[in-house]
Ligand binder design. Structure first.
Ligand SMILES: CCCCCCCCCCC/C=C/C(=O)SCCNC(=O)CCNC(=O)[C@H](O)C(C)(C)COP(=O)(O)OP(=O)(O)OC[C@H]1O[C@@H](n2cnc3c(N)ncnc32)[C@H](O)[C@@H]1OP(=O)(O)O
Ligand code: NDP
Length: 290
């Protein structure tokens, strides 16, 4: 389990931990498989990239900051001998999404799994959302994954090839106070996925989601320490998950273990869907009942 003390400057697993973490999967499970993982330069996406590469997959990652992508590429080379490819881009830009898909399909002569992982939001009471802020969160967390999954599906259809999409959403079954924008976007991705899982089933394209609760990643350093400290107490296991928990879920759905699974949401939340509320901007007094 992670050191989740608020003093720790970097959240999440170190590259060395990602390189050596035990896995339940066979070392050649993904041999020859091709993965595109958005937001693969840190946090859960980086764990997915390391795990897939360790299991034999060819991996393309993207993110906005080239230095983080380059660092991830070098670490993977040095620590696990993997040749991870990357493209610096923003998934919020439709043209850049098309270019990323074109490059990946060309580079790998196809694609087996698209992982929609890049995302994020800011905490705020919904009543105060600006229109610009709403649109930016919806662009990042609903429009971008849709452009990516539709673009991948069109390319699979045109090649007569099967494919798999797995989107990293969030546990949103009970809504999420102070994160209504992301909650709306993630619910949109879940219901898009369930719908196109039917439409695209005859094409051999599976569409799934993973829904994490509070997971210790570098991304949490964007939140104030009092909030991140509380994230340890938002599920009945009274701890956060780590990026490996989610990476293994993604691999389970993508490998032959997932061959007959589509339209599913794999919740990885330590039970938060039953108990625990995040309140990322602070617990309002009325709700401080125990
Ligand atoms: C919130 C928690 C729910 C999720 C899951 C629940 C379960 C577990 C809890 C764990 C918490 C979740 C963690 C993660 O998701 S980890 C990833 C963490 N990192 C992030 O989330 C950062 C990602 N955020 C962004 O990239 C940007 O905020 C965003 C894309 C959303 C907007 O960026 P953009 O660069 O386009 O836009 P601006 O920054 O210019 O802002 C546009 C307008 O948005 C409004 N805004 C932006 N930030 C804030 C803020 N902090 N507070 C209030 N309003 C904000 C604002 O209107 C901006 O316009 P102006 O600049 O003109 O005012
Ligand atoms: N951590 C948690 O507790 C939870 C997280 N989630 C969601 O899971 C996903 C991964 O989270 P986590 O690993 O914590 O996040 P991190 O913030 O650690 O990593 C986010 C990754 O996405 C990339 N990214 C962000 N915006 C864009 C963009 N516009 N275009 C391309 N890449 C982008 C980042 O790189 P760069 O910044 O350089 O672009 C980085 O590689 C996100 O969608 C998150 O909202 C859901 C539930 C809980």
């Amino acid at each position: 389990m992670n050191d989740q003390s608020p003093q720790k400057p970097n959240w999440g697993l170190t590259p060395e931990e990602l390189a050596t973490h035990k896995t339940i999967f066979a070392p050649d499970l993904l041999e020859g498989q091709r993965f595109l993982i958005t937001g693969g330069s840190k946090g859960m996406g980086k764990a997915m990239a390391f795990l897939c590469a360790r299991l034999g997959a060819k991996v393309m990652i993207c993110g906005r900051r080239e230095e983080l992508l380059q660092e991830t590429q070098s670490q993977a080379k040095e620590l696990i001998g993997a040749d991870i490819r990357y493209r610096a881009m923003s998934v919020r830009d439709e043209d850049q999404v098309d270019a990323l898909l074109d490059e990946t399909f060309e580079e790998f002569d196809g694609l087996d799994t698209l992982v929609n992982n890049a995302g994020g939001q800011y905490p705020q009471n919904a009543i105060d959302f600006t229109r610009k802020g709403w649109k930016s969160v919806l662009d990042l967390n609903l429009n971008a994954p849709w452009w990516l999954m539709q673009g991948a599906a069109q390319r699979w259809r045109d090649r007569g090839a099967p494919g798999h999409v797995v989107s990293n959403v969030a546990h949103v079954e009970r809504g999420m106070p102070q994160a209504a924008h992301t909650c709306a976007a993630r619910a949109g991705v879940i219901y898009l996925s369930r719908t196109v899982a039917t439409e695209w089933g005859p094409l051999g394209i599976r569409v799934n989601c993973v829904a994490p609760g509070a997971i210790a990643t570098e991304g949490l350093s964007d939140y104030p320490p009092e909030a991140t400290q509380r994230f340890n107490n938002v599920n009945p296991m009274f701890r956060m998950g780590d990026s490996w928990d989610v990476a293994e879920g993604v691999v389970y759905l993508s490998a032959p273990s997932g061959d007959f699974i589509t339209g599913e949401v794999l919740t990885i939340d330590g039970g938060m869907r039953m108990w625990g509320t995040v309140w990322p901007a602070g617990v309002p007094e009325k709700f401080q009942t125990y």
